[in-house]
Ligand binder design. Structure first.
Ligand code: SAM
Ligand code: ZN
Length: 284
């Protein structure tokens, strides 16, 4: 990557360019940010006080890592990779940012797919544990930052070719500021029938039916929605995989003892994963 990778980054405090001094990153005004042992950098604005329960908890992240490592969502990752590869072709050193990257499963598979190409990959998430796990896994192929997506994001205007947003919170105005004209925003959300049979069998939280319409409306003035794709595939889960998947879901912390018992008593189960993939082009 050479030293080029730092170019899209700005200081979260004063918005001046950041420079890389190996152990720390610093702006001309002297604001400095230490590089953690695992290689990630905390760019949360210091005065910012976060509520206790923000971002994913460690046990949720570990469950997601173990579940995804079994390859259950590989078809989705392949679809995302295909769309990213098309969007970065013939660009010189394109920047790809995964906002809400979690423990880094998708970014690692993307890094493998793009190996040898002069692309710059960033993963950002508010959960320090997530960023640490992702940085460890992706190593020198990516850069990882702790940031709050609802805040101003520490990137130069129009510096990003592809912004990935997979099952994570969004900040439309900031996404529009960062993405270069003609660049791609790729949002993935669960479809209304995602894991429907599990939701009814165990009384789990449902998915907001109007999520896609709400999201499209949020981005309508800033992006042009391209061909929306729905992807569904079956999941055959043993008890362990089932419990990992349930731990990844919203509401996992609030399961009642009867729900926990019902899950524990289920040796195998079949369900269907179902996603909506929305590629949106930044208007020129
Ligand atoms: C459902 S997980 C998806 C993670 C990853 N994209 C994946 O699909 O495996 C949502 C992610 O958004 C992150 N997140 C939640 N609130 C955030 C915020 N305000 N700023 C940045 N990331 C946030 C969480 O920490 C979590 O890693
Ligand atoms: Zn500064």
């Amino acid at each position: 990557m050479g030293g080029e990778w730092i170019r899209p980054l700005v200081c979260p405090i004063c918005a001046q360019p950041l420079a890389d001094y190996t152990q720390t990153w610093q702006c001309p005004a002297g604001h400095s940010f230490d590089v953690a042992r695992e290689g990630y950098v905390n760019l949360l604005r210091r005065h910012k006080k976060l509520p206790e329960m923000v971002g994913d908890a460690s046990e949720m992240l570990r469950a997601r890592r173990e579940f995804l490592a079994q390859g259950f969502y590989e078809p989705l990752s392949d679809l995302v990779n295909g769309l990213v590869v098309t969007a970065v072709t013939e660009q010189s050193t394109p920047v790809v940012v995964d906002v809400g990257c979690g423990e880094g499963y998708y970014l690692e598979r993307l890094a493998q797919q793009l190996a040898g190409q002069p692309v710059v990959l960033f993963g950002v998430d508010i959960a320090k544990t997530a960023v640490r796990m992702a940085a460890k896994r992706v190593g020198e192929h990516g850069r990882f930052l702790v940031v709050d997506v609802y805040d101003k994001l520490p990137f130069v205007d129009q510096s990003v070719r592809v912004l990935l947003n997979l099952f994570a919170p969004r900040h439309p105005a900031e996404f529009a500021r960062l993405i270069a004209p003609g660049g791609l925003l790729l949002v993935v959300i669960p479809a209304p029938d995602h894991l429907q049979s599990l939701r009814s069998q165990f009384g789990l939280l449902g998915i907001q039916a109007e999520k896609q319409a709400f999201l499209t409306a949020q981005f309508a003035d800033l992006f042009t929605v391209q061909s929306v794709q729905t992807m569904a595939f079956p999941l055959h889960l043993d008890n362990h995989s089932l419990s990992l998947l349930i731990q990844m879901m919203p509401g996992a912390r609030h399961l009642t003892p009867p729900q926990q018992e019902a899950i524990a008593q289920t040796p195998v189960v079949e369900t269907v994963a179902s996603f909506v993939v929305l590629p949106m082009r930044r208007d020129a």
